[in-house]
Design a protein around this ligand. Structure first.
Ligand SMILES: Cc1ncc(COP(=O)(O)O)c(C=O)c1O
Length: 404
């Protein structure tokens, strides 16, 4: 595969070798970028900020994430099994999630190696965890999740009620609260307001419940800009959000431990999705390029209406004699399988590769992967050397879509 100079300039040197390698469609996740990004987040935040990687964003980069972040947020038995496969100790796991399976909780609570924290999303979950801890006669550390007005967490008043009775609950170690209101925050001031409110809440818990909040686990939902072509503008926006977060954290009266729980902001930049043009056509004067991947394999936040086209580069870049605007479609039998509505970066031909940067968070797992019984894509990891390692081959989905 010939990689043109234009694309190397746009994507950076480290992409040079990997674009031409690998059978499409595939994802490649750069472990050195995961580590660089988490380190740069840490540098931008107040000293002593503890970092927790929300592994739902990308379960393939745990090893690199664990080298930089202190903890992992785990939301399902499946995510837990992935941690086990990666030999991640219980002491690094925050067990979270709106549906806590009783059998799974029993397994975790009875284990001799202690889980770092359990989050509690409701009075019912609290009762489950407390009864299991009583049964095993252990004391478990919990964070009560406060709702932002949706199905997650509980009202502050319900959390206060639980905390008020803390002296009568010898099997529960109340560590503090957890709060996450949503991803892709649309303004830095939202983060500021949330932290101000949490600060007041923590203070009122101390006053009204006689319980000390030792930890605040907060998900800022930092945004990633998928459509901004200009790297300098993307970085400026990132700095603006991080600056607001830093200022707000530094202004807290709360002086316990702050743990920032993040997925997208840690993982997005490490990932690239690569797919190949397998057909081109002009239907009613409209140019279509069909690729071997599709929306079952890649999904961007806000992709549904294809209103904000994600950044995408063609390899090789061929400048069209006349302006060429393409609709890039995937392999599914649905008119919704549009990857980009107006791709104008380059003329396209069969065999060209399309490269989607910033695809390291959620893009792979949030796709409609079972539709049309198409295979799941290959996954490669790479590091600073640029060598790609196949860590998961393509997986057929037809056995999942058939009688067992
Ligand atoms: C509880 C919780 N914390 C953290 C995150 C990570 O959010 P983000 O990827 O926006 O950082 C999520 C994502 O859904 C979440 O549910």
């Amino acid at each position: 595969m010939h990689v043109t100079r234009d694309v190397i300039i746009v994507l950076g040197q480290r992409y040079q070798s990997m674009i031409g390698q690998g059978e499409t469609p595939f994802y490649v996740f750069d472990e050195s970028e995961v580590r660089r990004r988490i380190r740069s987040l840490r540098e931008a935040l107040p000293e002593d900020t503890v970092l927790c990687y929300a592994m739902k964003a990308n379960p393939f980069i745990l090893e690199a994430a664990c080298r930089e972040a202190e903890f992992l947020e785990v939301c399902s038995p499946g995510e837990y099994r992935i941690c086990q496969k990666n030999s991640i100790p219980h002491g690094r796991l925050t067990i979270s999630g709106i549906n806590k399976d009783p059998a799974h909780m029993r397994e975790l609570i009875s284990s001799p190696s202690k889980i770092h924290r359990f989050t509690v999303e409701s009075a019912e979950q609290f009762a489950l965890l407390e009864s299991l801890a009583q049964e095993m006669d252990v004391r478990i550390p919990v964070l009560l999740r406060i709702t932002s007005g949706n199905q997650f967490g509980m009202d502050a008043s319900a959390a206060k009620q639980l905390m008020s009775g803390h002296r009568n609950k010898p099997h529960i170690d109340f560590r503090g609260i957890q709060f996450f209101s949503g991803t892709q925050k649309s303004s830095p001031s939202r983060i500021t307001r949330e932290l101000e409110k949490l600060d007041k809440l923590i203070e009122s818990i101390g006053r009204e419940c006689g319980a000390e909040v030792l930890e605040l686990e907060y998900g800022p939902g930092l945004p990633v800009d998928y459509s901004e072509q200009d790297g300098a503008r993307r970085s400026a926006r990132d700095r603006e959000y991080l600056g607001a977060l830093r200022t707000s954290l530094s202004s807290l009266r709360f002086n316990g431990t702050v743990i920032l729980e993040m997925g997208r902001a840690m993982a997005a930049s490490c990932g690239t999705y690569v797919t190949t043009v397998i057909d081109t056509k002009v239907n009613r004067r409209h140019s279509y390029a069909i690729v071997d991947g599709g929306r079952h394999q890649i999904s961007y936040y806000g992709h549904e209406l294809a209103l904000t086209p994600p950044v995408c580069h063609a390899v090789p870049t061929r400048h069209a004699a006349e302006p060429a605007i393409w609709t890039v479609c995937g392999s599914l039998c649905t008119s919704n399988d549009i990857l980009i509505k107006q791709f104008g970066g380059s003329d396209l031909a069969i065999g060209d590769r399309l490269v989607f940067p910033n695809a390291g968070a959620y893009c792979m797992t949030e796709g409609i992967s079972l539709f049309l019984s198409r295979d799941l894509p290959r996954i490669y990891l790479t590091d600073a050397s640029g060598e790609m390692r196949l860590i998961r081959d393509r997986i057929p989905t037809d056995p999942i879509n058939a009688f067992q």
